[in-house]
Structure formats: C-alpha cells, structure tokens
Design a binder for this molecule. Structure first.
Ligand code: SF4
Length: 364
C-alpha cells in the first residue's frame, strides 16, 4: 500500500487543553464497531459512565446542550484519554485531524485545517508544500473502481499542484489555469480519451511558460459574489455561532450596495499588499490543501472540474470573510484572524458530506 503525506505532517502536535477551541464539540462522533465492543467491556465507575454516555443504536457519543462530547471535561481534556489512554479512543478521535482518502492500493493522508493548530502550521509555511510517499504492506481490491482513471487523476493533481506552486506566475492566473485544465481534463475523460489527457497537461505546461491566460477568476467572481456567499446558508450548520457569523459577514460586505462593496474590496486589496503580503503564499497553501485533499476523489464520481472549482470557491469565501473581519477590526487583521477564519470555515464545510456536496455545486 502506498501512503502520501504532506511534508508538514509530523510537525503537528495536539495542543490539548491549550487549544483555543476543541475538536470534541459541535460534531457527532461516530464510533467504530471495534471500539464499541471494547467500551462494553470496561468495568467499574468509568465503565458505568461509558455505558450511559453512548447512543448505542446510533453509535455516537452523547453530547450536552452545547454539543460538547460527554467525555469532554470543562478544561477541554478528554476523560476517555485520561482514563483509558490513547488506545481507548475510537478510530475517529484517534485519527483526527488526520484525513484519509482511500483509493485502491493508495492512502492519501492530509491534516485537516479545521484544527486551529494545523491551520497555523499550514498558513505559517513559507516554502511550497511537498508530498512524501512511503510503502507499507497490505493491498486490497475495490469493486467498480477504475485504476486507470485514478492514475490519470493523480497525474492531473501533480500538474495542478505544479501550476499552483509556480510563483513566477500571478496567483489569479495560476487559479485560472487550474480551472481550465480541470475543465479540459473532464471533457477528455467524458469523451473516453483518458489516455490523451497528457496532451492537456502538455498544453498547460506551455501556457505556464507564455502565461497565455484568457480571463481572470477575479472577473468571474465579481459577477455576483453575494449570490455565491449566500449558498452558505443552504448548508447544514454544525455550530450555533456559524449562522450569526454568516449574517454579520454578509451585512458588512454587501449590506451597503455594490459600489460600497467594490470600494471596500479595492481598499482591502491595497492594504493586504502592504501589510500582509504573505496572503499570496497562504492562499497558495490553501489551494494546494484543497486540491490535495479532494481532487483524486473524482475517481468515484467523475466530477473533475467541480473538485477544482470547490477549492477555488473555498478560498474565495475565506477571502470574503477576511475582508469582513478587516472592516470589523477597524481595518486591521493579523495572522490569528486568518487562522480562525480558516479553521472555522473548514469545521462547518469539510465535516459534513452534505455540505461538501453543496460546495461542489456552487457556480460563480
Ligand atoms: S482541534 Fe486540534 S489542537 Fe485542538 S484539541 Fe483538537 S486536535 Fe488538538
């Protein structure tokens, strides 16, 4: 089995009770069968607590009114961990914030930016992210799986990451190239020209050299940014404070009309260039993160373009939230604001299959 991990993977360490948030609230944690079996056998006082704190039929941990896990102590430490040790955790808790995409013979492991500490590592990284591979014993075969498509998608992902990390080209142009490449690739795959995708890759390698790019993403987004933003209301809300946050952001950004929106955007872009030029790199790292996490998933549904577009839409929405935060902060923004906006966005959108599906459908 081949495993891939980003080069910052081993840098991560959970900050536990020092974490400004917690991963043990807001989400329904599904317990795997092996852990359920183990929990049934725990004896004594903690065993009794365990039995009371699990929805055995739904296979989830019970939560309090604030949606905090029944095992989460007021100091944000997990009593399951303190009582039973790391081995006592269920698979979901053991893995988080690791995210695993499974393919035949391949496991792509990323770290989810819904964890503030991961967001901090990724957004603080200056050099382009590299992906490392290693092999471990174990193979399995999947039914209805197209290994040829996966292999081409992996090639396409590599090309896309190469474009996104080509810092000689303006970021907006890199984004435009990536979207066009994904669109072309999907067209080829639909026409059963999978093995001709190399022509597409070659075409974009040449485009990168002469930077022959037709239309910037910026122009596309500006057609109706509010409409794109409002799609977030159609999603499932995982935390109570998310909807008020969206309403406030919408009001700040779009509440005073188109002209005011445009003016704020221009002023923010100018401010960003002077005071936070690192945003360009952070934006690249986020795009790389979304592509690395989701692109090859197109092997299961063929939606190659949607995977690239959802990565761009996510970064666009994060950017809009940054603009609103900057306005709210009286035209100030710092690294921790960016970290907070990124991890909160990811928590709401990336941890719900329904939300991910909706995100893939957002047109702009
Ligand atoms: S969100 Fe991340 S840093 Fe915070 S408790 Fe969970 S794993 Fe640890």
């Amino acid at each position: 089995m081949l495993y891939t991990i980003p080069d910052y993977y081993r840098q991560f360490q959970c900050t536990a009770d020092r974490c400004e948030d917690t991963c043990c609230a807001g989400w329904q944690i599904v317990i795997d069968n092996k852990s359920l079996h183990k929990y049934r056998k725990v004896r004594g006082k903690f065993g009794r607590r365990l039995r009371r704190s699990i929805h055995w039929r739904g296979k989830t941990f019970r939560q309090d009114k604030e949606k905090r896990c029944a095992f989460l102590e007021p100091d944000n430490l997990c009593s399951m961990y303190t009582e039973l040790g790391a081995k006592g955790l269920c698979r979901t808790c053991r893995l988080y914030p690791r995210h695993v995409e499974e393919f035949e013979g391949v496991r792509e492991i990323t770290l989810s930016v819904s964890c503030p500490e991961v967001a901090r590592i990724l957004l603080g990284k200056e050099e382009p992210v590299c992906f490392l591979t290693y092999e471990k014993e174990g193979e399995e075969e999947y039914e209805d799986y197209n290994p040829f498509l996966y292999s081409k998608l992996a090639d396409g992902q590599k090309e896309i990451l190469g474009i996104l990390q080509n810092r000689k080209i303006e970021l907006k142009e890199r984004i435009e190239l990536v979207l066009s490449l994904a669109e072309d690739m999907e067209r080829y795959v639909e026409k059963d020209k999978l093995f001709s995708c190399d022509e597409v890759f070659e075409k974009y390698r040449e485009k990168c050299v002469c930077a022959e790019i037709s239309e910037t993403v910026d122009r596309k987004f500006c057609r109706n940014p509010r409409k794109v933003f409002r799609k977030l209301y159609t999603m499932e809300f995982l935390r109570e404070d998310w909807e008020p946050h969206l309403r406030e952001t919408e009001d700040i950004l779009y509440g005073s009309g188109r002209e005011s929106y445009k003016k704020t955007q221009e002023e923010f872009a100018e401010w960003l260039e002077i005071h936070m030029p690192r945003w360009q790199v952070q934006c690249e790292q986020l795009l790389v993160y979304f592509i690395a996490t989701y692109f090859c998933g197109a092997v299961y549904d063929g939606k190659i373009y949607a995977k690239a577009r959802m990565s761009v839409v996510s970064v666009f929405l994060i950017y809009e939230m940054l603009v609103a935060r900057w306005c709210k902060n009286e035209r100030q923004l710092d690294f921790e604001d960016v970290v907070e906006i990124v991890y909160r966005y990811s928590r709401e959108v990336e941890h719900s299959d329904k939300n991910l599906e909706l995100l893939e459908r957002i047109e702009y």
